[in-house]
Ligand binder design. Structure first.
Ligand SMILES: [Fe+2]
Ligand SMILES: [Fe+2]
Length: 192
């Protein structure tokens, strides 16, 4: 695995000050929650630092590079920014070939979620939402749930995200709906 210091320096050099600070807080939040829940804390630090690696690419470049990897689905043009997770998971191995698969998968899934979210995927998804710089309504409750149950916090975060998109008249990606339904059924113990 790459060293955390090397990854931190690369992120700080690449992203704006504000996004670099956000990435640091996600890494710290994910590391702490990983220890609390018995997950891979070193991987959590790397995923936290790297999750927004492609977040500041110009819109057209993001779209073109994502198209090159076959990541753009029909009707997605209104939600181009969500491609920054899947694209980062494709390009990061060029720079760090030994990044573990679970770290790359969590980076891939941090924007929209996906069916079959693992606890590590949930850890990164939730840490991005609740890092100390976040101030939206309900964030305190989400932080409290994340201390007890990462999958439950992930489900709640996704549902709040979907509700927020609906309120604002935005499109919702089918992958997010699938992710939410899958997580809901698994948390209820129902077979899909
Ligand atoms: Fe992101
Ligand atoms: Fe983020």
């Amino acid at each position: 695995m790459p060293s955390p210091n090397e990854v931190e320096s690369a992120v700080i050099a690449r992203l704006s000050r504000a996004r670099g600070d956000h990435s640091r807080r996600v890494a710290e939040t994910a590391s702490r929650l990983a220890s609390l829940h018995g997950l891979d804390s070193s991987g959590a630090v790397l995923a936290g630092w790297l999750h927004d690696w492609c977040r500041e690419l110009p819109r057209m470049e993001l779209l073109q590079r994502a198209e090159g990897f076959g990541l753009v689905r029909q009707g997605q043009h209104a939600a181009i920014s969500t491609l920054h997770g899947p694209l980062a998971a494709r390009v990061l191995p060029d720079r760090w070939p030994d990044l573990p698969d679970h770290v790359l998968q969590a980076i891939d899934r941090h924007t929209t979620g996906a069916p079959g979210m693992t606890r590590f995927d949930c850890l990164i998804y939730v840490s991005d939402l609740i890092e100390p710089g976040r101030t939206f309504d309900g964030v305190e409750e989400l932080r409290a749930v994340a201390e007890r149950d990462l999958a439950q916090a992930c489900l709640q975060g996704m549902e709040q995200g979907i509700a927020d998109l609906m309120r604002r008249g935005k499109l919702i990606e089918s992958r997010t709906i699938d992710a939410r339904n899958d997580l809901l059924l698994r948390l209820r113990g129902e077979v899909l």
